[in-house]
Design a protein around this ligand. Structure first.
Ligand code: SAM
Ligand code: DTB
Ligand code: SF4
Length: 352
């Protein structure tokens, strides 16, 4: 089978036409493209850790960590390296192949860089892929991170250029594009996507996907977040997105960036298993795995492994990661744990 070629010249009209396809036609097309590039039954598994929480100077209207809003979040200083390494070890044990470290910074300071570089080295030495999201990076900072062995840098465009100023005023779309350029030039893989359900319209969703697909290289990883509405942020009462619209976004992202991992990212707590299964069918092939995202809840790891088992999905293997045997063990343990938890839960309910 010849794989669909990667294009960087998508027009808004072409992307709109994909969105407007009948749902079944869109999903069939997305799944067909998906199968040209990936094993359809494998999903990459990343675990997130907030290494510096809250009091961020930026004013992103969706974010519980912005210092501009009162979300009751307890702020924390940069975590000690030992703590980060212990969390990474635990994530690996549970079957994650990539460890993503996030900081509530506008950009990393000179003083913090040495700690961050050491974190990269130590987490990488555990045999995990490394990813960081620390805000804007200058060219030299990107080079330093790449030299320390950082595999991926996450930096989201979040929405269309047109809608961006409704969401963030403390930095520009161009600032974000400049950081992405610095990351690419330093030789790291790019993780870049956005958030859906922030009151944007379909043209903004199309606009974001066109922007991503027309970058000189497609981001290797495209996180599609569904807004987690946090009390105290300006977005706490924004209207819910139609779940089918969200599945369509995944499908269009898959078609426009056929060789990228599309991550079903934040917001899974508010999706049922059927919706998640539809997202996998539409071409999502990565998730955040573990009970916590950065500051908000994510499904229980055991429940995710059980869902994988029910759908016949395997966590994607990475070269430097756990052996197949270790991963199978982690899944078996998780499934066993989940099954037992349900048994106890049911017993208690019956006797109550
Ligand atoms: N401060 C850095 C930055 O913004 O680049 C890194 C951390 S920031 C929390 C990483 C990403 O998390 C944001 O770009 C945004 O896409 C996502 N995010 C933050 N709050 C969210 C929410 N409430 N719902 C969904 N995604 C969210
Ligand atoms: C991304 O696109 N989503 C992740 C990760 N990159 C860093 C973050 C989601 C954060 C959700 C809100 C929270 O937990 O604070
Ligand atoms: Fe700060 Fe990142 Fe949150 Fe924006 S998304 S407020 S930059 S932590």
């Amino acid at each position: 089978m010849t794989a669909t070629e990667l294009r960087h010249d998508w027009t808004l009209q072409e992307a709109r036409e994909l969105f407007e396809l009948p749902f079944n036609d869109l999903l069939f097309r997305a799944q067909s493209v998906h199968r040209e590039h990936f094993d359809p039954n494998e999903v990459q598994v990343s675990t997130l850790l907030s290494i510096k929480t809250g009091a961020c100077p930026e004013d992103c209207k969706y974010c519980p960590q912005s210092g501009h809003y009162n979300t009751g979040l307890e702020k924390e200083k940069l975590l000690e390296i030992e703590k980060v390494v212990a969390e990474a070890q635990a994530a690996k044990q549970k079957g994650a192949s990539r460890f993503c470290m996030g900081a509530a910074w506008r950009s990393p300071s000179k003083k913090d860089m040495p700690y961050v570089l050491d974190m990269v080295k130590q987490v990488k030495s555990l045999g995990l892929e490394t990813c960081m999201t620390l805000g804007m990076l200058k060219e030299e900072q990107a080079v330093e991170l790449a030299e320390a062995g950082l595999d991926y840098y996450n930096h989201n465009l979040d929405t269309s250029e047109k809608y961006y100023s409704h969401i963030i005023t403390t930095r520009t779309y161009q600032d974000r594009l400049d950081t992405l350029d610095n990351v690419r030039k330093a030789g790291m893989k790019v993780c870049c996507g956005g958030i859906m359900g922030m009151g944007e319209d379909e043209d903004d969703r199309v606009g974001l996907l066109v922007q991503l697909a027309n970058l000189p290289h497609h981001p290797e990883s495209v996180p599609v977040n569904m807004l987690v509405k946090v009390k105290g942020t300006p977005m706490e009462n924004v209207e819910d997105l139609d779940p089918f619209e969200f599945v369509r976004i995944i499908a269009v992202a898959r078609i426009m960036m056929p060789a990228s991992h599309v991550r079903l990212s934040a917001g899974r707590e508010n999706m049922n298993e059927q919706m998640q299964a539809l997202c996998f069918l539409a071409g999502a092939n990565s998730i955040f795995y573990g009970e916590k995202l950065l500051t908000t809840a994510n499904p229980e790891a055991d429940a995710d492994m059980l869902l994988f088992k029910r759908l016949g999905i395997r966590p994607e293997q990475r070269e430097q990661c756990a052996s197949e045997e270790q991963e199978e063990e982690a899944i078996a343990e998780a499934v066993e744990h989940e099954a037992t938890r349900h048994m106890f839960y049911d017993a208690t309910r019956e006797s109550a």
